[in-house]
Design a protein around this ligand. Structure first.
Ligand SMILES: [Fe+2]
Ligand SMILES: [Fe+2]
Length: 144
């Protein structure tokens, strides 16, 4: 997978690294033989983390009166929709799931490398304190 660009906001960059880890985890599970429950668990971990991260960013951008917030939110929604479609197709065969994962993975990379970078450039600082309670962050148990 293509490397995710650094936005300069350390919290957001850390969250992107977790999402990238979740994507790699799911991709490596799909490559080999594995239990359907493991695949579903991995996809659910990615989805719940992505939802949490998107909410974090949207609150930050709203607070900073980011002028392109609607487009940014629309991209988040499209990624979540694609993840939900992947969840529905997980049982229809690995080939389709691998292809859908590759699409959603590319959408995430494109979003981070363009829209997240642009919005972080607009905010221009590391001021994300208290934007979202850490206790609400999904707990992940990723394989390493
Ligand atoms: Fe992001
Ligand atoms: Fe974003």
């Amino acid at each position: 997978m293509v490397t995710l660009a650094k936005t300069g906001n350390s919290e957001i960059d850390e969250q992107h690294a977790v999402m990238q880890h979740c994507l790699s985890d799911l991709a490596s599970l799909l490559e080999g033989p594995c239990e359907p429950a493991a695949l579903i668990g991995s996809l659910e971990a990615l989805t719940s983390y992505a939802e949490w991260h998107f909410t974090f960013e949207e609150r930050l951008l709203k607070r900073g009166a980011y002028p392109h917030l609607p487009e940014h939110v629309a991209e988040h929604r499209a990624i979540l929709k694609q993840l939900s479609s992947l969840r529905r197709h997980l049982g229809s065969g690995k080939r389709e799931a691998v292809s859908l994962l590759s699409i959603v993975g590319q959408w995430i990379v494109d979003h981070v490398n363009h829209e997240d970078l642009r919005s972080a450039g607009y905010l221009g600082s590391n001021e994300s304190d208290g934007v979202l309670n850490e206790r609400t962050k999904p707990a992940l148990s990723l394989r390493h």
